[in-house]
Write a protein that binds this ligand. Structure first.
Ligand code: GLP
Length: 263
């Protein structure tokens, strides 16, 4: 691995760290587009933003771009990523729904919609700062193992593992969609800065493989090793194998605790 900064922080502290970074960039005029992620890992960031004084004002002119969306769920479905992000992010922060851009999972031609979304984001210059979670199989957004590491926004078939992981949000496992529109790994890598969040022991294997293994499409999150500005925010459980010793490279920076906030 090469030059990744890893902050070991409890979930709520990691959320605060990310929220402060977002607001700092927004205030200095370097946040026109914010890449937002769905999933439990990003929730502490939104919770912290809502509590952070001045965050609403700082985000007023920012457009948020979602990483992905299920195909086939109505916009109004409680499990669509648009609905989830409006509930967790735009509404509590008083942002308009127009300030949140999400691929349209109801489009008649999802492939055309994926291309349209990619072009729209590219015209905005990509995400200035991108929040990322990691799947237990090493996926980022919905880029499943085997994904093209240069890929752009596309339609993807979800793996059985991802559908099982996400089934907890649905009334029954069969209700989890089989397809999604997702930014590609290449799209994600175009972001100026990445914040990768991982909490809990179920992320430990994926995080270890992503940060210490080879850069490989078998672990899509491993692509972040090649990004010029990536910070990993992980709790001790998720970072367990990284902390076990010998896993990190010489250029990696490991920071434990809150001492580096604002650095
Ligand atoms: C989901 C999302 C990803 C997310 C990941 C982890 O399937 N498509 O964007 O990062 O899985 O989710 P969680 O943070 O809930 O563990």
């Amino acid at each position: 691995m090469s030059g990744v900064r890893i902050e070991i922080l409890a979930r709520a502290e990691a959320g605060r760290f990310a929220a402060e970074r977002i607001v700092e960039r927004a205030r200095s005029g370097r946040l026109r587009t914010l890449g937002v992620a769905t999933g439990s890992s990003a929730e502490p960031v939104y919770e912290a933003l809502v509590r952070l004084p001045g965050a609403r004002a700082a985000l007023a002119g920012v457009t948020a771009y979602a990483l992905d969306e299920y195909v086939g769920l109505a916009d109004t479905d409680a499990n669509s990523y648009r609905t989830t992000l409006e509930r967790q992010f735009t509404q509590p922060l008083g942002l308009t729904s127009a300030a949140l851009r999400v691929p349209d999972g109801t489009a008649l031609d999802p492939r055309a919609e994926a291309g349209r979304y990619e072009r729209e984001l590219a015209e905005r210059g990509g995400a200035d700062l991108q929040l990322l979670g990691i799947g237990s199989n090493g996926h980022i957004a919905f880029n499943e193992p085997g994904a093209d590491l240069d890929g752009r926004t596309h339609v993807v078939e979800l793996t059985a593992q991802t559908r099982a992981d996400n089934a907890r949000f649905f009334t029954e496992p069969g209700a989890v969609p089989t397809l999604a529109i997702t930014q590609g790994v290449g799209t994600i890598m175009s972001a100026d800065e990445l914040l990768l969040l991982a909490f809990g022991p179920e992320k430990a294997d994926a995080l270890h493989a992503a940060l210490t293994g080879p850069v490989t499409s078998a672990v899509p999150a491993s692509a972040v090793q090649a990004h010029r500005r990536v910070t990993v925010l992980a709790d001790e459980a998720a970072a367990g194998q990284l902390l076990a010793g010998g896993a990190l490279g010489e250029r990696d920076v490991l920071v434990q605790g809150m001492t580096s906030v604002g650095a």
